[in-house]
Design a binder for this molecule. Structure first.
Ligand code: PMV
Length: 322
């Protein structure tokens, strides 16, 4: 057995325009394009090395490798065979942040495996492959703002960087104390697509996409935040209006924080809410207002944990002695 290893680092991303539904579940093709911000503070380092069978360790704990094994088999079929791998992942996502790590994990894993096998792939190609592990992973290869083009087939659905932006955006990440019962994102999407309002959400998302891109180019953070909030709340309304097992990720505190964000706006802050497949709220704001909003949130909600996140870098590789 050789001792060759390869380690990649990918940062998490938060969608400002959400991916919430698949037009092809086998290929993981989304019903809409999505747009995200990569975060500096939260990332995953993944090392791969030859093993006896595909295994997975996250933060030094053995995990069920089923999903990773399935993804590695997909890579073997797509790009050529390679030996069984031991996958060792370290999530630098503060437990208090309440952020999902599947985006950064599948991006880092795809890159580590490509590097291990000396595959010479562009970031777009890595993104296309990572899509099969987790949709949101497509966007975690790129610094700052990224767009995942929905595409119409396997080749055309991948993410890429948007032009570099100097927008002073920050996210105040609020983890609520109590979590509701978890519905996986795939299951949640499937249910949401049964909402009578689903087609309207998709059509609206296409419209919002152009406005959001123009707002980014114009450094108009107010419009970026307003569209992000509208897009996210409408996504969550689909969950509540699904005809197949309607549900919500919101807890009481989620709703209270949405009201708090509205109140912040009344007080003159730039503040908009976005929420993913869980009860936590990320408040989109300006970097120079983030600290004050964090303090206000801590003062307003007991047991709330709060982190501030800012735009982060794209994919990197870590040499053994780093
Ligand atoms: O990549 P998945 O399957 O974990 O789905 C991500 C879904 C959302 O986080 C809610 C939205 C998004 O675009 O990241």
């Amino acid at each position: 057995m050789n001792e060759k290893t390869s380690t990649a680092r990918a940062h998490t991303n938060i969608a400002l325009m959400k991916y919430w539904g698949k037009k092809d579940a086998a290929l993981n093709l989304p019903t809409t394009s999505s747009l995200s911000l990569t975060l500096k503070e939260f990332y995953t380092d993944t090392m791969v090395t030859e093993g006896r069978e595909d295994t997975l360790l996250i933060n030094n704990l053995m995990q069920d490798p089923t999903r990773v094994h399935k993804f590695l088999d997909f890579l073997r079929a797509e790009k050529g065979d390679f030996p069984p791998l031991t996958v060792v992942s370290k999530n630098v996502v503060p437990t208090s942040a309440g952020l999902a790590s599947s985006a950064s994990s599948f991006a880092a894993l795809t890159a580590a495996v490509a590097h291990y096998n000396d595959w010479d792939l562009s970031l777009e190609e890595l993104s296309r492959l990572a899509r099969r592990g987790s949709g949101s992973a497509t966007r975690s290869f790129f610094p700052g703002f990224a767009v995942w083009h929905e595409g119409h087939d396997d080749q055309s659905s991948f993410a890429e960087s948007l032009p570099e932006s100097t927008m002073p955006i920050a996210l105040v990440v609020c983890e609520v104390a109590k979590t509701t019962k978890k519905v996986s994102s795939s299951d949640g999407m499937q249910r949401a697509m049964t909402s009578p309002d689903y087609e309207a959400w998709v059509a609206k998302s296409h419209e919002q996409f152009d406005v959001m891109q123009a707002a980014l180019a114009a450094n108009d953070l107010e419009t970026v935040g307003a569209i992000a909030e509208e897009n996210a709340l409408a996504m969550h309304a689909l969950n509540m209006s699904a005809t197949d097992r309607r549900f919500t990720y919101f807890s009481q505190m989620t709703i209270d924080i949405i009201a708090f964000v509205k109140e912040l706006r009344k007080q003159g802050f730039l503040a908009y809410a976005t929420i993913d497949a869980g009860p936590n709220v990320k408040i989109i704001t300006r970097q120079d207002q983030a600290e004050e909003i964090k303090e206000k949130a801590l003062a307003s909600f007991r047991k709330l944990k709060v982190e501030i996140a800012t735009p982060g870098p794209g994919l990197s590789y870590i040499e053994e002695n780093d």
